[in-house]
Design a protein around this ligand. Structure first.
Ligand SMILES: Cc1cc2nc3c(=O)[nH]c(=O)nc-3n(C[C@H](O)[C@H](O)[C@H](O)COP(=O)(O)O)c2cc1C
Length: 330
C-alpha cells in the first residue's frame, strides 16, 4: 500500500480520486470507488444550467455518508449557486471545483468545514486556487479527457509542486490527465503529487453511467484517436469560456470541423438540437464519446474495485523496484 499525505488526510487506502465526470460518475461509480479505498466523487456537471440532467446532490445523497465528494463546473455553478448549499448540506468528503474562479464559493465551503479541491490548468489559475484557500490543488494536463487547456501533465505537475512547497506547503497536490495505470500513478507521485485524479480509466468502468456504444468505441481506440476541440461546444451552444476545449474521441463531427473552430463559433448553437438527438439515440459518429489520451491504455470494462486495487498495487510495486534500479545497466 502507498501512504501519502492525501491517503492520510482523507482516510484512504489508495492515493487515487475519481474525476467528478458529468454524465459518468453517479452514485454507483462514486460509491464503488470509495468502497474500494479511494476517493469517489459524483459529477455535478453543469448544475442543471444547460438543461435537465441528473441532480448531483441526489446522487451524492445515495453514496456512503461522508465518504464521497462532489464536483462542479465552476462557471456553471455561478449560474445556479444554490446547488452548492444543497451539496454542502449532505456533508460531502470534498467539493471539487474546476473551470472557473473558485473564490466566490470558497467562504461557503470553508464555513461548512468541507475541504475545497481546485482543479487548475496553469499557474495563473494556481493563484486563484491559493487565494480561495484550496486544501487540494489538482494540476490537470491537456492529455485529460473532457474539458481542459494547454499545459501537459509531465511538466505542469512538478512546476506546481515546487510552487506549493514554497507558498503553501500544507496544500496537497493531485495530478490529472493521462493517468490510467500503476505506471501513471507512480510517475505522478515521483513528480511531487500526493495522488492522482483518474477520469478516462473509470469512464470505462462497469459502474460508470457511460453508454455501452460509447465504451465499445473507446475500448477499440488507441490514444492517437482523441482530439481537443472547441468546435463541439460552439456548435451545440454550450457557453464554455474560450480558454477551455474538449478532448473527445475523433468521430465524423470532429473530422468535419477540424481546423474550422472560428467558423463553428460563428455558427454557435446551430447544431444544438441535432447534437442532443444524436446523444439520445447513442449515435457516437455525431455525439462525443468523451475520453482522453489514456483511452489507449483501456482495453476492458472492469469494476472500479478491480481498477483501484490494480493501479495501487502496480504503482507500489514499481516504486519499490524503482528504488533498486541501476539505470546504467538499461
Ligand atoms: C467523460 C469525462 C467527463 C468529465 N467531466 C468533468 C466534469 O464534469 N467536471 C470536471 O471538473 N472535470 C471533468 N472531467 C475532467 C476530469 O476532472 C479529469 O481532469 C480528467 O478526467 C483527468 O484525465 P484522464 O481523463 O486522462 O484521467 C471529465 C473527464 C472525462 C473523461
Amino acid at each position: 500500500m502507498i501512504a501519502t499525505r492525501f491517503t492520510e488526510r482523507f482516510g484512504l487506502a489508495q492515493p487515487i480520486a475519481l474525476a467528478p465526470m458529468a454524465h459518468v460518475a453517479g452514485t454507483e461509480l462514486a460509491s464503488a470507488v470509495s468502497n474500494a479505498g479511494a476517493l469517489g466523487l459524483v459529477g455535478g456537471g453543469y448544475a442543471g444550467t444547460q438543461g435537465p440532467e441528473r441532480r448531483a446532490a441526489d446522487e451524492l445523497a445515495r453514496c456512503p455518508p461522508g465518504r464521497c465528494g462532489i464536483g462542479f463546473i465552476t462557471w456553471a455553478l455561478a449560474l445556479d449557486p444554490a446547488q452548492l448549499a444543497r451539496a454542502l448540506a449532505l456533508r460531502p468528503a470534498c467539493v471539487f471545483l474546476s473551470f472557473g474562479d473558485p473564490r466566490p464559493f470558497a467562504a461557503e465551503i470553508h464555513a461548512a468545514g468541507v475541504p475545497l479541491v481546485c482543479q487548475i490548468q496553469d499557474l495563473v489559475q494556481l493563484e486563484a486556487a491559493l487565494a480561495a484557500g484550496a486544501a487540494v490543488v489538482v494540476a490537470q494536463g491537456t492529455e485529460a479527457g473532457g474539458h481542459g487547456a494547454r499545459r501537459a501533465t509531465l511538466p505542469l505537475v512538478p512546476e506546481v509542486a515546487d510552487r506549493l512547497r514554497e507558498r503553501a506547503p500544507d496544500t496537497l497536490l493531485l495530478a490529472a490527465g493521462g493517468i490510467a495505470d500503476g505506471r501513471g500513478l507512480a510517475a505522478a507521485l515521483l513528480l511531487g503529487a500526493d495522488g492522482a485524479v483518474i477520469g478516462t480509466r473509470f469512464w470505462a468502468a462497469r459502474e460508470a453511467l457511460t453508454a455501452d456504444a460509447a465504451i465499445a468505441r473507446g475500448l477499440a481506440a488507441s490514444g492517437d484517436e482523441t482530439v481537443r476541440t472547441a468546435a463541439i461546444d460552439a456548435l451545440r451552444g454550450v457557453p464554455w469560456p474560450a480558454e477551455y476545449s474538449f478532448r473527445v474521441l475523433r468521430n465524423d463531427l470532429t473530422a468535419a470541423w477540424a481546423g474550422r473552430e472560428a467558423e463553428a463559433e460563428r455558427q454557435r448553437g446551430t447544431l444544438a438540437a441535432a447534437y442532443r438527438a444524436a446523444r439520445e439515440r447513442d449515435d457516437y459518429a455525431v455525439a462525443a464519446a468523451v475520453a482522453g489520451e489514456a483511452i489507449g491504455l483501456c482495453s476492458e470494462r472492469e469494476s472500479a474495485a478491480t481498477l483501484v486495487a490494480r493501479i495501487g498495487a502496480e504503482a507500489a510495486d514499481l516504486l519499490r523496484r524503482g528504488a533498486t534500479l541501476d539505470f546504467r545497466k538499461r
